[in-house]
Design a protein around this ligand. Structure first.
Ligand SMILES: [Fe+2]
Ligand SMILES: [Zn+2]
Length: 386
């Protein structure tokens, strides 16, 4: 049932709408003028604003506002320009705290669920995800909420990640290629391409915009060792903040240099500054940028700040590695682990090298923009929402 409007009136530089349920909303005139949906102001084929900001008067007030039936308001502006707004469209864009929170949830989806060693690793069949919209929707929702989902039953051969990429849209190309092969290599150009233990890290903080999601497809698994470890970086960041505000302050403010130089897909010399824990304007952790292998020996801080930085990093690393926080599992051939590379840090235990390749994973990256876009489209289809 669409919301009905009981009454509408101009009130200074606001338009006040009284809804049939007794609630009210106030819309600033400048925002209404800016949001005019008429063909002169809005290109509906692109869903985009045509009105130029230079033609917008920030002090504008309505000349006249009237109710057109119970589901529409009409506005005449001082220059006789006319705008119409649908009740439902207005209701969604109400400026109250509650309405804005609802809109945030609709556009960016549910709150995180934190976890430690008690993680119940979400599992879903790969082929179902490839063919059923509802399953794909559930996969991406869980990926966003929990940060990790294991897909099972893929073929134990290269190429499945390309198919998975096509399912969401496209994969993210990096200097390591469209997909990359994690196995023991002679003269490895990356520490991942050895048999050694990898401590908790996020991939590729040396890029200005690190890949948002990571896919690792197990094609061959070694009998001894090679277990995977994951930890919820956002959960641990909260723990650090509570336990040691000083360390948290250092890791959220110090710009750390990362470096990666070599040849793979093409020649590269990448360099970047990142904070180990990125926070948003509300102070909530939004991205972990931590990879000890590519952290540069160039450290652009005063000498006196160096030891406190290491102490803070060590404290964070200790928390990541504590038994209460980390979750260990072992990939089987045909498994594809998908995880939030901005949130979940991953590592692996060492394994034996032999004369032939004993362990082989194919890896690929995706971007959150692509994943979230697919998620919104699927939700519309699955929940039949508009
Ligand atoms: Fe990695
Ligand atoms: Zn207009």
């Amino acid at each position: 049932m669409n919301p009905g409007i009981h009454k509408v009136e101009a009130l200074g530089d606001f338009v006040r709408v009284e809804w049939e349920d007794g609630s009210e909303s106030r819309y600033p005139c400048v925002w209404l003028r800016d949001s005019c949906r008429c063909p002169r102001c809005f290109l509906s084929s692109a869903g985009a604003r045509k009105l130029l900001l230079e033609d917008l008067d920030v002090d504008i007030v309505v000349k006249e506002v009237t109710l057109a039936g119970r589901e529409k308001i009409s506005i005449i502006w001082p220059d006789e320009h006319a705008s119409e707004f649908e009740a439902e469209w207005l209701k969604k864009r109400c400026f109250s705290e509650a309405a804005r929170a609802e809109m945030r949830e609709e556009l960016f989806l549910p709150e995180r669920e934190y976890w430690g060693s008690d993680l119940q690793l979400p599992k879903m069949p790969f082929e179902e995800i490839m063919h059923n919209d509802e399953s794909t929707y559930k996969w991406l929702c869980t990926l966003k909420k929990v940060g990790i989902v294991l897909l099972t039953g893929a073929a134990a051969q290269q190429g499945e990640l390309v198919r998975l990429g096509q399912r969401i849209g496209f994969l993210r190309l990096t200097f390591y290629g469209p997909t990359w092969q994690v196995q023991d290599k002679a003269d490895a150009n990356n520490v991942a391409y050895t048999t050694g233990r990898l401590c908790f890290h996020t991939d590729y903080p040396v890029l200005q915009h690190p890949p948002g999601v990571q896919f690792l497809h197990c094609i061959k698994q070694t009998a001894e060792g090679g277990e995977s470890e994951v930890v919820d970086g956002f959960y641990v960041s909260n723990k650090l903040k509570a336990q040691s505000p000083q360390a948290y302050q250092i890791l959220t403010s110090t710009a750390v240099d990362y470096t990666d130089v070599g040849v793979d897909y093409c020649e590269f010399a990448v360099q970047c500054k990142q904070r180990i824990i990125d926070v948003d304007s509300r102070g909530q952790a939004v991205r972990i940028n931590y990879n000890n292998a590519t952290r540069d020996s160039v450290l652009d801080v005063p000498a006196d700040s160096v030891r406190p930085f290491y102490a803070a990093l060590k404290e964070f690393d200790d928390l990541l590695n504590s038994a209460e926080h980390k979750f260990t599992y072992k990939l089987k051939p045909g498994d594809i682990v998908t995880f939030d590379n901005w949130r979940v840090l991953h590592g692996r235990r060492r394994f034996q090298s032999g004369s032939e390749v004993s362990r082989h994973l194919e890896g690929a990256y995706g971007d959150w923009d692509v994943v979230m876009s697919r998620l919104r489209l699927l939700r519309k289809r699955v929940l039949n929402k508009d």
